[in-house]
Design a protein around this ligand. Structure first.
Ligand SMILES: Cc1ncc(COP(=O)(O)O)c(C=O)c1O
Length: 325
């Protein structure tokens, strides 16, 4: 495989991180026409590598460098089948570090070829774990690699408080600057880094806000046995440790079929070409609307973590949903 990027000679890690910090700018929010509420979508796909995961990827590297936990000889290792791996791949390259992502067969073809072109090595696990998914197998592989790779650093997106802090400091601070009032925020959950950081900051700034966690049916995050799921980016087969830091008022579970419909509606009715988790949040808002008090026209926000492109062969393929087991 021909690599996309040549090796960049390492300047000082701190200088490179500063350059990276300057590329992360506030993301815009747009209004969406919806009866009974003022609805806004915050477009996290405007981040430099294309998703909400750019924020924790940068913040985790910065904090690790501040603490002296990484240096120019570090190899970063992480389990991710999508956005976090893509962000780490681009950012580690920029700051001159090696990165080995551990992926699984659910990864989209576009992400896999990006990682293979940018990273010195990519490890793909093929074996399902006892939940029928790949997460536990991926984490096992990460532990093995950390034990055998010199100067390995595991970013640990599922348990690293820096991931939560990234959203507290960056994502949520932008929201507070942009909205005078906010009555509801809907947040999709996977590692729970976003909801933990954003909910804590928003509850401080808007004491009456209701935080609605959105998950997909078959995910184990809010109880119930894990089942096979097909849309990446939302849900998990484990309860992520960061969830205990989140301040959540309500939970809405959405089926994958509803997610598919909602993604298509966002595209055809609102002109937003966004990924599966954005559709899941939009479906949750539509369902939850009946529970919002009619006396007040609430201001409601949801996040669009990534674009629709990696989901063209799944969510946006009209026959895909009919073929789901
Ligand atoms: C597309 C997408 N949406 C939502 C999320 C959920 O964010 P978190 O992992 O912070 O719970 C992720 C996380 O990977 C994601 O990739």
């Amino acid at each position: 495989m021909v690599k996309l990027l040549d090796h960049i000679p390492v300047a000082h890690l701190a200088t490179r991180l500063e350059t990276l910090r300057n590329t992360l700018r506030p993301t815009p929010h747009v209004p969406l026409a919806m009866k009974g509420m003022d609805l806004f979508a915050k477009l996290e796909y405007v981040n430099p590598v294309g998703s909400i995961k750019d924020r924790p990827a940068y913040w985790i590297l910065q904090r690790a460098a501040d603490r002296g936990e990484i240096c120019e000889d570090t190899t970063v290792i992480e389990s991710s089948s999508g956005n976090f791996a893509a962000a780490l791949a681009a950012f580690t390259h920029l700051v001159g570090l090696r990165f080995i992502p551990v992926i699984d067969p659910n990864i989209s073809g576009a992400y896999e070829s990006f990682l293979r072109r940018v990273c010195p090595a990519v490890v793909k696990v093929e074996e399902r774990d006892d939940t029928g998914g790949f997460l536990k197998t991926r984490l096992q592989k990460v532990k093995q690699l950390c034990a055998t790779t010199p100067n390995a650093y595991w970013t640990n997106q599922y348990g690293n408080p820096d991931a939560m802090e990234a959203h507290y400091e960056l994502t949520a601070t932008e929201i507070c600057a942009d909205f005078d009032t906010l009555d509801y925020v809907f947040i999709g959950v996977s590692t729970a880094g976003t909801i933990a950081g954003v909910s804590r900051r928003l509850k401080e700034h808007y004491p009456d806000i209701r935080v609605v966690a959105v998950d997909t049916e078959g995910s184990a995050i809010f109880g119930g046995p894990p089942r096979k799921r097909h849309i990446p980016g939302i849900g998990s087969s484990i309860v992520p440790p960061l969830l205990s830091h989140a301040k959540i008022d309500d939970v809405v579970l959405v089926s994958e079929c509803e997610t598919v419909q909602a993604c298509r509606e966002l595209l055809t009715t609102h002109g937003l070409f966004v990924g599966g988790s954005s559709g899941t949040m939009f479906a949750a808002i539509k369902r939850y609307a009946a529970r919002m008090p009619t006396s007040k026209h609430p201001t409601v926000l949801f996040l669009c973590p990534d674009r629709g492109t990696p989901y063209l062969d799944t969510v946006f393929d009209p026959t895909w949903a009919t073929r789901l087991e």
